[in-house]
Design a protein around this ligand. Sequence first.
Ligand code: HSE
Length: 406
Amino acid sequence: MVNAAVLGYGTVGSGVAEVLTTNRDVIRRNVGDEVHVKYVLDLRDFPGDPVEEVLVHDYSVILNDPSVDIVVETMGGLKPAYEFTKAALEAGKSVCTSNKELVAAHGTELLELARLHNVSYLFEASCGGGIPIIRPLNTCLTADRIDRISGILNGTTNYILTRMDTEGSEFDDALAEAQKNGYAERNPAADIEGGDACRKIAILSSIAYGKHVSYDRIYTEGISSISAMDFRYAQEIGARIRLIAESGRTDDGYYAMVAPAMVGESDPLYSVNGVFNAICVHGNMLGDAMFYGSGAGKLPTASAVVSDVVDEAKHLHETIHVNWSSDELELQPVGELQNRFFVRVSGTAAERAAEVKDVFGDVEIISLQAVPGEFAFITGKIGEADFADRAKRIEGGVIGRIRVFF
Ligand code: HSE
C-alpha cells in the first residue's frame, strides 16, 4: 500500500480524492499497488463529507508519519505551500502539485531538494490543466532540440476572448459572464493580466530549454484593453484574438512573451475556443506537435495531479529526473523582438494613409465601412522598441495595437 496525504481540500484537492476513488482499480493496476489517501489537511471542517475520517488540521501529523510516501500539494499560492513542500521533501516524501505559482517561483530549489533526499517533485497539472505536457517534454521529446513553444495556457482568458468574438461582447461583460459561470476567480487579475499564463510559459520553457526561465523577466500583457471593435477588425481579416504565451530561440538568442495576438486560420491555435488550452511545440527533428484539451477545472486538473501520484508511487525513494537546471536562461530584451502590429488610428484612410506610410513604411490598410472616424493598418515586421518610437510620431497617438502572428 502506498500512502498519500492531500494538502488542501479545495477544488483540485477534492478532485484528487475523487479521481483516486472513482478510478481506484485503474490506478491500482497502473501502480501495481493500492494508493490510499491516509490524510487530508485543511483548516476547515467538512461535516457529513467522507473526508472527515481522514481530515487533519495539523501538518506535523503528516510530516511525522513515516508511512506517508507522497504529499499532494493542492493548496495553491506560496504560503504556506512553499514551507510545507520543503518540509515534506526534507522528510523523504515525494511531492506533486498543481501549484504553478510555487513551481515558477521555487521550482529549481524544490527539484534540487528532492534530488538531495532521493524523492521526486512533479507538477504535471501546473501547466495546461489535464493536458499532458510536462511529462511529454521531460520524457518523450528528449531527442529534439526544442525551438519554440506557443500556447493558449489560460482557460479564463480564452473563454472571455471567445465570448467577445462570438457574441460581440465588450471585455467587462464577457468577464462578468465568465465569473457567473465559475470560470473566472472573483479576483481575476492573475488570469486577465497574463500573470498565470506567464508562470506557465516560464515552467514549460525551463523544461524545454533545460535552464531556469524567471517568470518576472518575461514581458507580459493581459487582455483587459482588448475591445469588441478589435474583434470586428480581426473578423474582417479572418483572424481571431487570443492570449498567446510563447517562447523560442532565434539566431539572436532566446525570447519569451505573453500578449494578446491576432492569429490566422492556418494557425492551430485559431481553433482553440472557450476554456480549452493548447500547446504547440516545435522540435528541430519532430517539426510540429500540438497538445490540446481541458486546460482547467476540477477533474481534468486532478487527473494530471494523480498521474504524478502514480509516477511517484512507481518510483518510491528515487528521483524522477526533471530536465530543469538552476542556470538562468538569458532572454533577449523585449525591445529587440520583431513582430507585426495591427494598429488603430482616428480619422480616415483617405486623409491619413500617407502619414501612416511615412512613419511605418508599407502597411496594409483596413477600413470598416460601418465604423466611421477610425481605420486600422498592419505593419511589416518591426522591432518592439522601434514600433513604440514610431507610434509616438502618429499625430494624436494610436487608439490601440495588437501583435499579428501570421
Ligand atoms: N485560472 C486558470 C485558468 C486555472 O483559467 O486557466 C488553471 O490553471
